[in-house]
Design a protein around this ligand. Structure first.
Ligand SMILES: [Zn+2]
Length: 91
């Protein structure tokens, strides 16, 4: 049997589909309860993932998926950071 290289997959909070980790942005909640965009994907804490796609961000915002994931209000600047990151990624 051929060995398949496993790429870690995570579920997007926008479209609910599993994707390659590299195609997603990670949002992290640290143990201090701070939520931020984790561009490195390596920050300690609980993570939520979203496609590098504005459409998914919009869906997630509308359905309050990040709020549901982290059980807290998400600061506006987290959403702005995601928007900026996605705008950059589309260049
Ligand atoms: Zn998505």
């Amino acid at each position: 049997m051929e060995k398949i290289k496993k790429v870690p997959e995570r579920k997007c909070v926008g479209c609910n589909e599993h994707r390659n980790k590299n195609d997603l942005w990670r949002v992290v909640k640290t143990k201090d309860g701070e939520v931020s965009l984790d561009k490195t994907g390596r920050a300690a804490g609980r993570g939520a993932y979203i496609c590098k796609d504005v459409a998914c961000l919009k869906k997630a915002v509308k359905a309050h998926r990040l709020e549901a994931s982290f059980q807290m209000q998400i600061p506006k600047d987290v959403y702005s950071a995601l928007e900026n990151a996605m705008a950059e990624g589309q260049e």
